[in-house]
Design a protein around this ligand. Structure first.
Ligand code: M6R
Length: 369
């Protein structure tokens, strides 16, 4: 059932191009508009929404952090993202004009379920983004958009994460479509870009041998840091989470702009630091800033592992290891940038003799608080 792979995680990483394509399938009509009829929230309700609140845990929370950039950019509706376990004990401000999005692979995570129950009690409309048909979270929500990743067995989430991102982008565009902030041709353009992603993930997967080799060479390290900016920041958090749960190594993700506010003190000779670099096209300011961040940490002895777009030459002089990813629009970059981090963590876990599919102390779905 592992389809010839040693671990479910490897199989699930390899299934990502299909999972991404399947999650887009049937959700765009011939005219290029989104047809999320399955999301049975009346357009009138969506037009009235004045705030989006995303609740989730773990990897699904990281998908939510990325969704915020897309939702605010494409719809201009303010969006908050919160860990479900914090949200429910905070007395959050919600009403009937708040749209709450609960993201969960399993649909059974207790904290996320409690958060959505709380939101519904406040009169908010809850949309679940979920991978498991008929599970509790979608059953208790007002509406659901299923991700089509197929069953995810490995405890560490991979393909579910990529499909959560796709679902979030679709919801953001749909909100824009219904409210008229995004016009048909712009939506079509993003959809076209999204349709390319599956093939781009495939290409990333074909070039992962150097990443595996690098991971094996770092098996004796104690700490790895991850840096990113903008949507690359949640990608850094996700890379660190994967490494913690699989390799049992100390790993932390930082917003690169925060370096000088503390974390740079951690940098010492030969410390591996993974940096997710935004595209040099588009938001080039961000790109330039991160290039200086790479220079700063390297000057202090860090071993830089740089994830950068094909054709980005500015990073070359400062990268001890360079991992290339295909060029994508800024907001969609997490779909390709996360993949090398998954492979990296999986290979490090193997090199350290850890149980890849069943890391110690963890359960696939956390149905207790
Ligand atoms: O089933 P859920 O998406 O609600 O699960 C949330 C987290 O427990 C989950 O993403 C966890 O962080 C994974 N082990 C991460 O790889």
């Amino acid at each position: 059932e592992k389809g010839g792979y040693d671990y479910f995680m490897l199989k699930e990483i390899a299934e990502q191009p299909k999972a991404v394509a399947d999650t887009l399938l049937g959700r765009i009509d011939a005219a290029g508009s989104l047809t999320l009829d399955e999301v049975r929230i009346p357009p009138g309700v969506l037009r009235e929404v004045d705030k989006v609140v995303i609740v989730a845990c773990g990897t699904a929370f990281h998908a939510g952090l990325i969704a915020k950039y897309a939702i605010e950019h494409w719809t201009r509706i303010p969006c908050e993202v919160e860990l479900a376990s914090e949200f429910r004990y905070r007395d959050p401000i919600l009403d009937s004009r708040s749209l709450v999005i609960a993201i969960s692979q399993s649909g059974e995570t207790m904290d996320t379920l409690m958060a959505l129950r709380h939101a519904r009690e406040q009169g908010s409309c809850v949309l679940a983004i979920c991978n498991t048909n008929g599970s509790t979270i979608p059953r208790e929500s007002d509406a659901v958009l299923y991700t089509h990743a197929g069953p995810e067995v490995a405890v560490a989430s991979t393909k579910a994460f990529l499909t959560q991102l796709v679902a979030c982008y679709l919801v953001a565009l749909y909100l824009g479509q219904v409210r008229g902030t995004k016009w048909a041709d712009e939506i079509r353009a993003v959809i076209r870009d999204l349709a390319q992603i599956s093939g781009q993930v495939e290409r990333v997967l074909e070039t992962m041998e150097p990443v595996r080799e690098l991971a094996r060479s770092l098996a004796e390290k104690r700490t790895v840091l991850f840096l990113g900016r903008h949507v690359g920041y949640p990608v850094a958090l996700e890379g660190a989470l994967k490494l913690k749960e699989l390799a049992y190594m100390h790993a932390e993700g930082f917003a690169a702009g925060e370096l000088k506010h503390g974390p740079i003190a951690l940098v010492e000779e030969d410390l591996p630091v993974v940096v997710v670099v935004p595209s040099p096209r588009g938001r080039s300011v961000l790109h330039d800033k991160i290039v200086s961040n790479i220079q700063e940490i390297r000057a202090r002895g860090a071993r830089t592992i740089v994830i950068a777009e094909e054709g980005d030459e500015a990073v070359v002089p400062y990268a001890d290891h360079l991992v290339r990813i295909p060029a994508t629009p800024t907001l969609l970059q997490p779909l390709v940038a996360t993949v090398p981090l998954q492979v990296f963590a999986c290979e490090l876990a193997t090199a350290r003799g850890n149980e890849v599919d069943q890391p110690r102390n963890l359960a696939k779905s956390v149905t207790v608080e």
